[in-house]
Design a protein around this ligand. Sequence first.
Ligand SMILES: Nc1nc2c(c(=O)[nH]1)N[C@H]1C(S)=C(S)[C@@H](COP(=O)(O)O)O[C@H]1N2
Ligand SMILES: [Mo]
Length: 321
Amino acid sequence: MLIKIKRPSDCRESEVTDKRLYLERRRFLRLAWGTVLATAAGVVGPELGSPRPALAGEKLKGVRKGPFSTDEELTPYKAVTTYNNFYEFATDKRSPAELAKNFQTKPWTVAIEGEVKKPAVYALEDLLKPHPLEERIYRLRCVEAWSMVIPWVGFPLGDLIKRLEPTSKAKYVEFVTLYDPEQMPGQRYPVLKWPYVEGLRMDEAMHPLTILAVGLYGEVLPNQNGAPLRLVVPWKYGFKSIKSIVKIRFVEQQPVTTWHRAAPHEYGFYANVNPEVDHPRWSQARERRIGEFFKRKTLMFNGYAEEVAHLYAGMDLRKYY
Ligand SMILES: Nc1nc2c(c(=O)[nH]1)N[C@H]1C(S)=C(S)[C@@H](COP(=O)(O)O)O[C@H]1N2
Ligand SMILES: [Mo]
C-alpha cells in the first residue's frame, strides 16, 4: 500500500513564503524592540519615555477566538500589508505601506459626540480597556472587485455602543478619520473631501459581525491598515471599513459619507456587497481573491447573507445600493 506523506513541497508556495516572512518579521521585531516587548503589556503596549516611530507589529496579548470566522485560506500577511487603499497617504495601493511608516498613533484620542449619554474625548486606552480582544477571520471585498481573507483582532462595535448609551434619537453612527495633512500626504490633494467620513445605520452598527479592529495576524494594526483603530464591516464593500478613526458621532440623520459625496451614483450609503447590482463602470458579479489567478463568484452580502439579510428585509437593494 502506498501512503502519501505530505512533504514540504506539497505546501502551496504562498503558504511557505508567507510563513517565512512572518517569522523573519518576528525576529526583526524581537531584535529591534527586545526590551519593549519584554515589558509589553496589553493592547497599546507600555508607556515609553522616549518617542518611537510606530507601534505596529507588537504582538497582542490575551486574544481569544471570536465567532463568525471563515476557514478559507488566509491572504498572505505581505499582501494584506502592502496592497492597501488608504487615500490619506496615496491613491495607489503600494505607497501607503511606505508613506505611513512613521505615522504617529500614540497618543490617540477618540471623540464621542452627538446623541449619546456619555459624550467625551477618550484616550484610546480607556476606550479599549473594558473590551476583550477576539480574532475574527473575515473576507474583505473591495468595490474594485478584489478580495482578501484577513485575521482581524478587535471587538464588537455593539459592545462599545452599549457602554456609551446612545439616546433614542440616535438613528445612525458616523465615523471620522484623522485629518492631518502634515502626516498624511494624500490629504494635501483634493482627491476626496477630507476628512474621510463613513456611517452605519444603528442596527448595522449593533450587529455582532461589526467590529472595531486594533490588529491583524495577532499583532497591532500596521499603520497602512488603519492604525490604531478601524472599522470592519464584512458584508459591505471595503470603503465602509473606515481607518484611523478619531471621532464617532451618534446622529439622527443619515450621514453624508465620503465616497457617496464624491460620486453619488457609483457609491451608495449602504454599499452592501451585491453581485446583482453592478458598479456603473464595471460588473460586481465576480472578484479576484488576491493571490489567486481565476476570478470567483461574488456572494450576496459577501457571503454573510444568513447573518445580515434580515436587516434589509423589504428594502429595494437596487435603490438602496
Ligand atoms: N480613512 C480611510 N479609510 C479607508 C480607505 C481610505 O482611503 N481612507 N479606503 C477604504 C477601502 S476602499 C478599502 S478596500 C479598505 C482597505 O483596507 P485594507 O487596506 O486594510 O485592506 O479600507 C477602506 N477604509
Ligand atoms: Mo475598496
